[in-house]
Design a protein around this ligand. Structure first.
Ligand code: ZN
Length: 133
């Protein structure tokens, strides 16, 4: 793992959350993007070498909507940048972690991603992400 690529935060409304983070971080949101396949709208902020990703559900029964229903708004996942996502997925599966997708899938911000089940990661949803070439 190279670094913490971003931290994902589940929010009810980007229109409410984006101005909060713009004030908090004293920087403008540099990108918003809808990932249709994941039913999320995302907004990104740079923080030095890392990023904050705000996530709003595009449907009432999407993963982010269900997360907020259960736990409320807040920290949703931690994303690590990896050089070779296939190799990391194989390594982590061998180590006993549970991959939530068996093949890398399209993520926001030009990434291929894979999520690890939080039951084996002390309760934290982990995302691996690799920049698409
Ligand atoms: Zn993410």
């Amino acid at each position: 793992m190279r670094k913490i690529e971003h931290i994902g935060i589940a929010v009810k409304k980007l229109s409410m959350a984006v101005p909060v983070y713009e004030k908090l971080l004293n920087t403008k949101c540099y990108k918003t993007e809808t990932v249709e396949s994941e039913y999320v709208k995302t907004a990104f902020f740079r923080v030095a070498d890392s990023k904050i990703e705000l996530l709003e559900s595009t449907t009432p029964d999407g993963v982010i909507a269900r997360f907020i229903e259960k736990k409320g708004e807040g920290l949703h996942h931690l994303a690590f940048a990896v050089e070779d996502i296939d190799a990391e997925m194989k390594r982590l599966e061998k180590e006993g972690f549970v991959l939530l997708n068996k093949e890398p899938k399209e993520g926001a911000d030009n990434k291929l991603v894979c999520f690890l089940h939080p039951k084996n990661t002390t309760g934290v949803l982990i995302e691996l992400c690799m920049e698409k070439k």
